[in-house]
Design a protein around this ligand. Structure first.
Ligand SMILES: Nc1ncnc2c1ncn2[C@@H]1O[C@H](COP(=O)(O)OP(=O)(O)O)[C@@H](O)[C@H]1O
Ligand SMILES: CC(=O)OP(=O)(O)O
Ligand SMILES: [Mg+2]
Length: 401
């Protein structure tokens, strides 16, 4: 089966094209820095053992433009893998918010699209891009089945004490106001990889996903037990442009004393906060460069970012009654040695002993960056949301047959 997977994150689009059952994609790519001055597209094609990588710099003001560029590249006579768009049989979409309605992967029918649209206000940086992705794919590959894989699905195993808010019950029962949690596809994939690597399916794991959006999840026995994002993907850790945890009193103050509208508060906390607010930059590579240039704000921002992660690790170690491993993943988690060092330092009370040298080595695949005898292992596990989405799409199509 020819299967295309589209993963729209808040700052990027990742895509993989599979000739299933081969799990190594025939073509894959990454569109980064969408909406910043120049987007970068890294497009890879695998022919036999030979991989060709093309890097393009294109102006891409938004996700829709990015998705059109991906569709163009896939069918490009020189750089593409499709003779004809009709070859794509299924398109798997990452959809960030599935709300109360979706606890599992589903075939996209008009009612599913509408439900995804209804959730725009709760995931304003994601569901609109996911929806556009479904529209662009529908037009480009009209004969393909379209499937939605939700970030929220993996967290459906959380116990009620973790997913309920202490607010009147009818707001939960009638309005679905509860913790949903996000990045579920990534947390599922990396914790499965880690459990396999450790040879312990019951390991107490804390998965730290640091991309443009960031979240942290406590996992044991393949089940999500608690997670830092909540009703929408705004709570918890400090992110590229999102504040993470903030006292709701700040929201009342902004509205009642400073005349913000609710839309302005949403834009402030989702798009103008986080690392961007503290440094003027949202891409961690740019912020690292600013630290190297002696920028004190950039240093403070890194400290604040890492301190928040450290606090959550402490909380989840308590929730899990101890830790077997901490997993770093996604763009920042996999690549940024300074963040990992700041998070792991002064955690010997928990049994976390980072090996500073291993931490800075660049090696592909899963790697262990803790000291040999560290009671808690620290792992870098590259995430692969696209492969996990592909597997779930194939499972759905096979059971539907
Ligand atoms: N080599 C690197 N060093 C530090 N940060 C990196 C590196 N590569 C990517 N990143 C950071 O990863 C983030 C994007 O991660 P990603 O998981 O692709 O995000 P998303 O899916 O949320 O769009 C950006 O902040 C980027 O700066
Ligand atoms: C849910 C979320 O924040 O996703 P991303 O990190 O891909 O933006
Ligand atoms: Mg992402």
């Amino acid at each position: 089966m020819n299967l295309l997977v589209l993963n729209s994150g808040s700052s990027s689009i990742k895509y993989q094209f599979f000739r299933w059952p081969t799990e190594t994609p025939a073509c894959s790519g990454l569109v980064e820095r969408i909406g910043l001055d120049n987007a970068v597209v890294t497009h890879k094609v695998l022919a036999g053992e030979q991989e060709t990588t093309t890097v393009l710099s294109v102006e891409l003001p938004d996700h829709e433009a990015g998705l059109r560029e991906v569709a163009r590249l896939l069918a490009d006579p020189q750089l593409g893998v499709l003779q004809d768009p009709g070859e794509v049989e299924a398109v798997g979409h990452r959809v960030v918010h599935g709300g109360e309605e979706f606890a599992a992967t589903v075939l996209i029918i008009p009612a599913v699209k509408e439900a995804i649209r209804q959730l725009f206000p709760l995931a304003p940086l994601h569901n609109p891009a996911n929806y556009r992705g479904i529209e662009v794919a529908g037009k480009t590959f009209p004969q393909a089945k379209q499937i939605a894989v939700f970030d929220t699905a993996f967290h459906q195993t959380m116990p009620e004490q973790a997913y309920r808010y202490a607010i009147p019950t009818e707001l939960y029962a009638e309005q679905g106001i509860r913790v949903y949690g996000f990045h579920g596809t990534s947390h599922k994939y990396v914790t499965e990889q880690a459990a396999q690597y450790l040879g312990n399916s019951d390991a107490r794991l804390v998965s730290v996903h640091l991309g443009n959006g960031c979240s942290i999840t406590a996992v044991r026995g393949g089940q999500s037990l608690d997670t830092s994002m909540g009703f929408g993907p705004l709570a918890g850790l400090v992110m590229g442009t999102r504040s993470g945890d903030i006292d709701p009193s700040v929201v009342f103050h902004l509205i009642s004393q400073l005349s913000y509208t609710p839309e302005q508060v949403s834009a402030l906390l989702n798009k103008q906060s986080g690392m961007l607010a503290l440094t003027g930059l949202s891409d961690m590579r740019d912020i690292t460069a600013a630290i190297e240039a002696g920028d004190a704000n950039a240093k403070l921002a890194y400290d604040l970012y890492a301190y928040r992660i450290k606090k959550y690790i402490g909380a989840y170690a308590a929730a899990l009654n101890g830790l077997d491993a901490i997993i770093f993943t996604a763009g920042v988690g996999e690549n940024d040695a300074l963040v990992r060092k700041l998070v792991c330092q002064n955690m010997d009370y928990l049994g976390v002993q980072l090996d500073e040298e291993k931490n800075t080595q660049r090696v592909k695949g899963i790697r262990e960056i803790s000291q040999e005898n560290s009671p808690v292992k620290v792992l870098i596990v590259p995430t692969n949301e696209e492969l996990e989405i592909a597997r779930q799409c194939v499972e759905l199509l096979e059971t539907a047959e």
